[in-house]
Design a protein around this ligand. Sequence first.
Ligand code: T3D
Length: 267
Amino acid sequence: MTEPLVLTANAGAVRTLSLNRPAALNSFTTQLHEALMAELEAAASDASVRCVVLTGAGRAFCAGQDLADPSVAPDPTPGAAPKDLGHVISNWYAPLVARLRSMPVPVIAAVNGVAAGAGANLALCCDLVVAARSASFIQAFTKIGLVPDTGGTWLLPRLVGSARALGIAMLGDKLSAEEAARIGLIWQCVDDAELAGTAAALASKLAGMPTRALVATREAMAAAQHMDLGAALAEEARIQREMGNANDYREGVEAFRAKRAPVFKDR
Ligand code: T3D
């Protein structure tokens, strides 16, 4: 029997998805895109899931596009027509980013090894990124004559400012997990042996929190990036009105006043 391209595991309300093409460092083929998208859809529509962890099987997180995939790799035959990479991005990577950024639950990237090209930006699209000390992030695009995709042009300057974003993207150098955490590209770098436990603890904590408020926080922060302060304040009022009408807010305040742990159920 062939191994699934995405492994799934459940622990309480946490679903872990592991990219599973270790021999090719979990690089993306069309089939891996299809499998990951299907698992993200399944997690999004399963009310028992309150947090998703994305990681890689084997020694890598994800090496981006599979450059040996004949549907995207340039045809070496003289005079062969170039492949339409715009089509690849519009059909696969852009929908993947949109799916991740609109998940109805928080998503954690547990970066277990190298994250290169689209694999690096796949991780950075997640809400929290925790990486093993031996992991690294490489904006590998310019090395093969491409520009950052999978949200990289949008994410990088927002995460680390345009000076660092341009340095990271233009040079394409390997950035250690430690350095990535130091400059604010990711949330946390931990010792390799602690990655799984740290990601599980973070996921379990998020799964017990008010999911709608967490997701609305992601959305509000993204939306505020292209607003002036006045518009952001108005948007905060609009969202807070919505949160204030939800059961989780009532539960949170009641639990606080009763000095007990809250039990959040909205999703
Ligand atoms: O469709 C489009 O092209 C547009 C979309 C673009 C999105 C992108 O992601 S563009 C960027 C694509 N990714 C890369 O350029 C990264 C290429 N890989 C590397 O630079 C290195 O492999 C790493 C720095 C990631 C890791 O280096 P290292 O020394 O730890 O491992 P390795 O020996 O290079 O790789 C191990 C195996 O994985 C090797 O296979 P082999 O020789 O053992 O059979 C290698 O070929 C394979 N592998 C690694 N990355 C890819 C890959 N195979 C296919 N595609 C890959 N991206």
